[in-house]
Design a protein around this ligand. Structure first.
Ligand code: LLP
Length: 422
């Protein structure tokens, strides 16, 4: 369920017509529903309410401060993958004890920042990283909470670019070598071994890969406990998929039920790192038709949002539903929806059956709340677009539109070039 609904032939976000926001802030923009965000978080958290658990939202999916704030206010923690994400989450008010830090390439300065902030644990992805974290903790005179991110070698059956739990992927420590790595970790004095973690991939639409990973992880947890490791946390990562088109992913309550049944005797606090399932369908991208044209027998709808604003279709060939903001009686055509960027790969939809849109029409690109703005860039020197959050009948600009001056604000012409007569 989400709060983007059609009423009186037009799209509303909660209690505001999307067209009103478009008139007032201009296009393109990202639009988030506060109610949907909060409900998605609550549904997920309530599914695990019966067991000790921390829901650590994956900041990479949407790192806007206001979005983070909504989830943190609901009791959420965060899963971060960089110092920048840690900074954002702390600014949004996260409790450091609810922060887990994943990623294969943590720098020393980032590790030190996380240690000084007192995060719950690092999900460690290699032997060398383990040694570096131990050394950093020693230098700072603290103990570093850690889990090993184990690669359980299961196929999440998702897009190859976003599957992470297979042996051939760069992520985690091979499950077969994990026991010896834990034993080695125990010899490092500045580590507090707290848990076991894994993340198998993203946009996973079946339960079986999660359960397979959990079964493998459970065997490891039991073995570790037999060897007197004090394993208190089992982090199952994120990855639960959403409906973009026809997918029928399990509801969080089914996901929770299956996980809890498979893990009855673990006796640990669960950590989850959901991203997409919380924010994906809590956001849309609103864009306006600039031009339409036909070449041979192909129709193009040229809009003011491009691959720099939403790269998922170009990068993964992903499907995002596109619907009119104001419904009008038009015939249907097959068209490509393309952006203004100078690349053939710049499209939001290919060969899609759509209403015959006209110049000036507003379009809503759905399921854009996750990996939308966070993957945006300034390519073609396009200022990044604003993010708007609606709550009931009010909207808030939670990130303003970048200006041309913003585009060059970090650049400098060195004196030797400045003084040169042109
Ligand atoms: N935890 C870890 C360690 C991750 O690597 C990820 C996503 C998540 C949690 C959150 O996964 P989610 O619940 O959102 O599926 N840019 C791609 C997705 C990349 C996902 C990377 N890792 C896309 O637009 O589909």
């Amino acid at each position: 369920m989400n709060d983007f609904l059609y009423k009186d032939q037009q799209l509303w976000c909660e209690n505001i017509p999307v067209s009103q926001i478009a008139e007032e802030v201009g296009t393109p923009f990202y639009l988030y529903s506060h109610a949907t965000l909060r409900n998605h978080f609550r549904v997920f958290a309530e599914a695990f309410a019966k067991v000790p658990s921390i829901i650590c939202f994956a900041v990479k999916a949407n790192s806007n401060l206001a979005v983070l704030r909504v989830l943190i206010a609901e009791g959420g923690g965060v899963d971060i993958v960089s110092g920048g994400e840690l900074y954002r989450a702390l600014q949004a008010g996260v409790e450091p004890g609810k922060v887990v830090y994943s990623g294969v390439g943590k720098r020393v300065d980032e590790i030190e920042y996380a240690l000084r902030s007192g995060i719950l644990m690092f999900n460690v992805e290699s032997l060398q990283e383990l040694e570096v974290i131990n050394r950093c903790a020693q230098n700072l005179g603290v103990s570093a909470g850690i889990a090993l991110r184990v690669n359980p070698d299961v196929d999440p059956k998702t897009h190859p670019h976003i599957s992470t739990g297979l042996k051939e992927n760069k992520f985690g420590i091979d499950i077969e070598r994990s026991l010896e790595t834990y034993r080695h970790a125990r010899s490092l004095q500045h580590l507090d071994i707290r848990g076991v973690s894994c993340h198998i991939g993203s946009q996973v639409t079946r339960l079986s890969p999660f359960l397979e990973a959990l079964e493998r992880l459970s065997l490891l947890v039991h073995q570790l406990k037999r060897e007197d490791f004090d394993i208190r946390y089992v982090d199952l990562g994120g990855g639960l998929g959403i409906t973009y088109n026809q997918e029928m992913p399990p509801h969080p309550s089914e996901y929770a039920k299956a996980i809890l049944e498979t893990s009855r005797d673990l006796d640990c606090t669960f950590i989850f790192e959901p991203g997409r399932v919380i924010v994906g369908n809590a956001g849309i991208l609103v864009t306006r038709v600039l031009y339409t044209k036909s070449n041979d027998n192909k129709n193009f709808i040229i809009v003011d949002a491009g691959m720099n604003d939403l790269v998922r279709p170009s990068l993964y060939n992903s499907f995002h539903a596109i619907r009119p903001v104001i419904e009008e009686n038009r015939k249907e055509i097959i068209a490509d929806v393309v952006g203004p960027i100078c690349e053939s790969g710049d499209y939001l939809a290919k060969a899609r059956k759509l209403k015959d849109f006209h110049r000036g029409d507003l379009l809503a690109v759905f399921s854009a709340g996750a990996y939308g703005f966070t993957m945006a860039s300034n390519y073609n020197s396009r200022p990044r677009i604003p993010e708007i959050m609606v709550r009931e009948d009010q909207y808030y600009v939670v990130r303003r539109r970048e200006t041309y001056a913003d585009l060059i604000s970090h650049e400098e012409i060195p004196a030797f070039l400045k003084n040169k007569a042109i």
